[in-house]
Design a protein around this ligand. Sequence first.
Ligand code: PLP
Length: 376
Amino acid sequence: MKNEIIPFYYPSDKVIVKSKGCYQYDSEGKEYIDFESGVWCANLGHCNDRIAKIVEKQAKESVHHGYRFRNLFSEKLSAELQRLIGFRDGSSVFLSSGSEAVNLAITLSRNLTGRNKILKINNSYLSAYGFGRISKENESLVNIEFNNIDSIKSVDFNEISALVLETGGASMEMVRFPDSEFISQLIDSVKKNNCLVIAEEVTTGIGRLGKWFGFQHYDVMPDMVVTGKALGNGFPISALTISSALTEKFKQSPFVYAQSHQNDPFGCAIGLEVIKIIEETDLIATSNAVGTYFKKQLERVLNKHQDKVKEVRARGLMLALEFKDDFDGKKVSDSLFESGNVIGFKLNTLRFLPPLTIKASDIDKMIDKLNSLLTN
Ligand SMILES: Cc1ncc(COP(=O)(O)O)c(C=O)c1O
């Protein structure tokens, strides 16, 4: 069939017809192990049976409604997210994409503080548009250098409304985690100067880093938390959740933000089930154990092929293996894909964010192939 999709990015010519758990199947019946969880969304694995049941039920009962009504799915999901974050008496709004929720969080922080600028660590992604990396509005972004404590000292915090904090980047510099001391000094300056902290958990949240949220690896309590991606396990829902103090402040100076799918019951019912499944199956603990195993296996590859592999980086189930500069990692990446492994590749680095349900045996299969490609 002729491809009439605008090529904003360049996929292979493979056509996906089915996905289940950690596997995807193309139109020729070939199976792929998905080490990317789609675009880091399917933390429970693709087409989870319990989510499918909720989708079927919700599709028959209530998908969407207008501004005149509330629904209990959104209110329950707000309460659940607050419980997991550690907020009480705060509030949430549910939207469709991570980019949208990040941009709304920034707009809200500017309105609540009366300050204009946004602080971020230079390798953060933020969003596809608006305040994100390909935006013309970037003049309002102030960058500090990743893990460079000195760069914090050069910031004029009086003009900063909020720090947008990503505690693990999968895209820009391929899986890096800030040091505790750097984050501690950064948060110290931010709090002393009454700037807000927005935990940007679109990729790092919902168990990806071995805790519910990436910020929980540090001594920090944010004022706002943005979630997306895995909250819908592939269905597009995102959330902005704010503390009780900010909820009160917003009531004093509210503004209107209208979007057709805001707080839709359909996505919120899915989000509630995602949280329930993770808790009932103790998935964060088990995925952490699998993550430790995966890291060890990658470190074995590193030790075995020290002439080709530079470094392994990992936290929870976000992992990377970086090749040495003089080694052509692209060929290895292409061969891994050809042999049925969907793995991210950029900056001469392989990136792995598999479903939290990935089995050790699937990791082993990929590692065997990687070893054989590096041996030949
Ligand atoms: C850290 C981070 N923030 C925000 C986004 C944007 O989310 P979305 O693509 O759902 O708009 C992404 C997407 O990859 C991301 O990785």
